[in-house]
Design a protein around this ligand. Sequence first.
Ligand code: ADP
Length: 377
Amino acid sequence: MRRLENILRDKTRIVVKVGTNLLTDKLTGLNPDRINSIAGGVSHLQSLGYQVALVSSGAIGAGVAARRLKERPKSMREKQATAAIGQPILMEAYQSAFRGHSRIVGQILLTKDDFVNRGRYLNARNTLSVLLDDNVVPIINENDTVAVEEIKLGDNDNLSALVANMIGADLLIILSDIDGFYSDDPSRNRGAELIPVVETITPRIERQAKKSGGELGTGGMVTKIQAAKRCTSAGIAMIIANGGNPRVLQEVVSGEFRGTLFLPAAHRLNVRKKWIGFVSHPKGSVRIDEGAKTALTRHRKSLLPSGVLEVIGVFKAKDTISVLDVTGNEIARGVSGFSSGELARIGGRRTGDVETIIGRRTHGEVIHKDNLVLLHE
Ligand code: ADP
């Protein structure tokens, strides 16, 4: 899937959402094999350089089994109590699975208020950023024990889309017990067909999305399409794939997977560029020569190593950096393709020499034009 490659190229943050049906069984509780394969997949994404947040359902399902209830509770009080019991069971399972990959996890419980109230929103975002920058896996769930019906988000599909927006993710991967989005609910209609790519969410797509056929699941495809709208309109791609496949995350990032890809709306770059230019904090800067300045500002080209005169500060590849002109004025910001150490070695050199100098494959640009925002326009 060529278009997925473009979405994943140079991207840093991914949210993975795991559904209840996938994780829990009414009688036996949490499914350790699933938790292990998710931990393996998430660790794989991290080892490729992505920062990954996990939104996981399953607290009530785990609580149902622990309390030996015959069915999922219906009243709010009982649901909250069951979630209070199940949440630590869920976290313990993740913690031990991720420990097997030498990763640590952090628990974040959110309510609707955390998205509505700006102060709380920024706090939550900061905490998540610290965890993500440190390659810790935040495991996020709705705080069921304090959220009463009126203030509930109600489902983790919408929660995961809000989290993807909050952390500036480029992709939300929703893992369910089904291969993707079908033309109708396959549990009721055998003729339903998998739709591999959804370009725009039309009224027809919305009609095709039905509630969950499963017993423990909640929103079915209805809430997943709501999540897709929240993501794609903000420039974030979304995938629905089957978490029953233990290698699903590895396959998604390889670009060869079975599932449904919801493409981000056309103004994706604008949103991303807005973020690069005005939300992210530059970690360092590069001073460039007159020729490079003309290429950037007049011809809207990418910044190449040959134009770099000086590297200031310490930063990693994929950090946002400032671009200064010869006199030190900040003219642009963008996402660096190289670390400060690498740039110091390739500044002033020809693009063709870069891979030999730093010893790894690269796209060659210091800042690709898609990741560059001119500040004085
Ligand atoms: P999760 O717990 O993973 O969120 P849900 O049970 O809430 O899972 O949602 C997945 C279910 O949605 C599927 O198992 C299927 O029964 C149902 N469904 C309804 N409409 C569709 C559709 N158009 N395509 C695929 N699945 C659908």
